[in-house]
Design a protein around this ligand. Structure first.
Ligand code: ARG
Length: 482
């Protein structure tokens, strides 16, 4: 008998592989509640315009309550034809409530339905995520206030390569040398802690702002053209807790910029946490020894018994890359789509829910970070030991500036002092008053005050600086935002 070479896979109906390819139920099932709540409100809306009777409305609502209970109790049994959460819920509703279920979808399409479900889901998720971020900021404020008097070196251009090169090119472990070579100024530890809290605060504001755009209702847009039976969309929006309704059905059924925006905002959270984690990885290394992670957030090495690794921090840093991948991937999905609904849009759910799951990854990153921060032990003595007077060359220039020497000139004179110290193979504060005065007559005995790190730090008293009063002011203004 003659058989077609390619015929084996075909069944006459839909190719089973296509069936599986098309289905999204395993991804979108987590919107079961939003789908049901949306349908119940929709039943009320079509009853109001007489499309169904009040009895039919009540039958639909009761039936949907039963479906909801099945999901909630893990009793919902999926059937092979349950393509997505919308078809699954309607199929089960029909089994429970009978033919009246066939009236629920009047004037509605899965296109406006799915966009509505996504927005309901994300709206609640945003509220929870924002609360987690607030906990991180609150923990930062607490730690900053408690450790206000701890000083440490601040770094610019800290690069792993410079670090490695330096570490391996000197005979002794050289944490103490690092600040000298990496051009640091002394700062408050709390200033570092709060710098990350401010970034997180902006993320909170970004997500809060995004929530306004998410909380707009597409329901009543139909497949693409609108609603033919005169429902009151404003009332429906109110029923579902939306702040506003969409005003263009073509846009409403295909617009997914709210998803892309969320993916970006969540990725930004993770990238901020990645920077925070990278700093703490360095600070917790033996070479720095500034902080110590609690055992709750560390792991050991299977080979080297002495090791305690900051895996929590490394994972946070790593997952930022993963979430960015989802964000970039979904933007590529949107690129090149024509107007209105296209099935490509079903990918929006994979980006949000599935692996790599931006939502769950972001939640755990923020929670782990808060845990790490609240249990972190700091070593103020080590931080202090890492300060060196060489870092105060800028302060030496400011000393002259306060005595009316123009900054550019003072900068050069301070450089001459550094050179003089190198010549004498001593540190800056070991230069004699004669040494200083040979460089500029405005140096006087009180130049010795320059070598007090507290003085150095506290001169940055203008708002936003690392001085004690400025950091206290900073804590107050961040608290006010929470
Ligand atoms: N599962 C689909 C999605 O997630 C629902 C919308 C289907 N609409 C359609 N015209 N095929 O996007």
């Amino acid at each position: 008998a003659e058989t077609k070479l390619w015929g084996g896979r075909f069944t006459g109906a839909v190719d089973p592989l296509m069936e599986e390819f098309n289905a999204s139920i395993n991804v979108d099932r987590r919107m079961y509640r939003q789908d049901i709540v949306g349908s119940q409100a929709y039943a009320r809306a079509i009853a109001k315009v007489g499309l169904i009777t009040e009895d039919e409305r009540d039958a639909l609502i009761t039936g949907l309550d039963q479906v909801l209970a099945e999901w909630a109790n893990n009793q919902f049994v999926l059937q092979p034809n349950d393509e997505d959460i919308h078809t699954a819920n309607e199929r089960r509703l029909k089994e429970l409530a009978g033919p009246v279920a066939g009236k629920l979808h009047t004037g509605r399409s899965r296109n406006d339905q799915v966009a509505t479900d996504m927005r309901l889901w994300l709206r609640d998720e945003l509220t929870e995520l924002i609360d987690l971020l607030k906990a991180f900021v609150a923990s930062s404020i607490e730690r900053a206030a408690a450790d206000i008097d701890v000083l440490m070196p601040g770094y610019t251009h800290l690069q792993a390569s410079a670090f490695t090169l330096l570490y391996h090119s000197t005979p002794t472990p050289c944490a103490r040398l690092l600040p000298i070579f990496l051009r640091a100024q002394p700062i408050r530890w709390s200033h570092w802690v709060l710098s990350h809290a401010w970034a997180m605060q902006r993320d909170i504001e970004r997500l809060t702002d995004l929530r306004k755009r998410v909380n707009v209702m597409p329901l009543g847009s139909g497949a693409l053209a609108g609603h033919p039976f005169g429902i009151d969309r404003q009332a429906l929006a109110q029923d579902l807790g939306f702040d506003a309704i969409s005003f263009n059905s073509l846009d409403a059924t295909s617009g997914r910029d709210f998803v892309a925006e969320f993916l970006f905002a969540a990725t930004m959270v993770n990238i901020h946490l990645s920077k925070w984690a990278e700093d703490l990885c360095n600070y917790s290394s033996k070479e720095f020894g500034f902080v110590q992670l609690s055992d709750a957030y560390s792991t050991g090495s299977s080979l080297m018994p002495q090791k305690k690794n900051p895996d929590s921090l490394e994972l946070i840093r790593g997952k930022a890359g993963t979430t960015f991948g989802s964000c970039a991937g979904f933007l590529m999905t949107l690129k090149g789509l024509p107007s209105t609904y296209n099935k490509d849009l079903q990918e929006d759910k994979s980006a949000m829910f599935q692996s790599p799951a931006v939502v769950s990854l972001t939640r755990s990153c923020v929670q782990i970070a808060t845990g790490v921060l609240s249990t972190l032990r700091i070593n103020p003595e080590q931080m202090r030991a890492a300060l060196s007077v060489d870092m105060l060359a800028t302060d030496l220039a400011y000393y002259l500036v306060r005595r009316q020497v123009p900054f550019r000139e003072a900068h050069g004179l301070s450089g001459q002092c550094v050179a003089r110290a190198e010549e004498k193979k001593c540190s800056l504060n070991e230069l004699t008053l004669e040494d200083f005065q040979a460089i500029h007559p405005k140096f006087e005995a009180d130049v010795s005050d320059v070598w007090k790190f507290e003085n150095s730090v506290d001169q940055y008293s203008a708002s936003g600086g690392t001085g004690r009063t400025a950091v206290l002011e900073q804590i107050e203004s961040l608290k006010a935002k929470l």
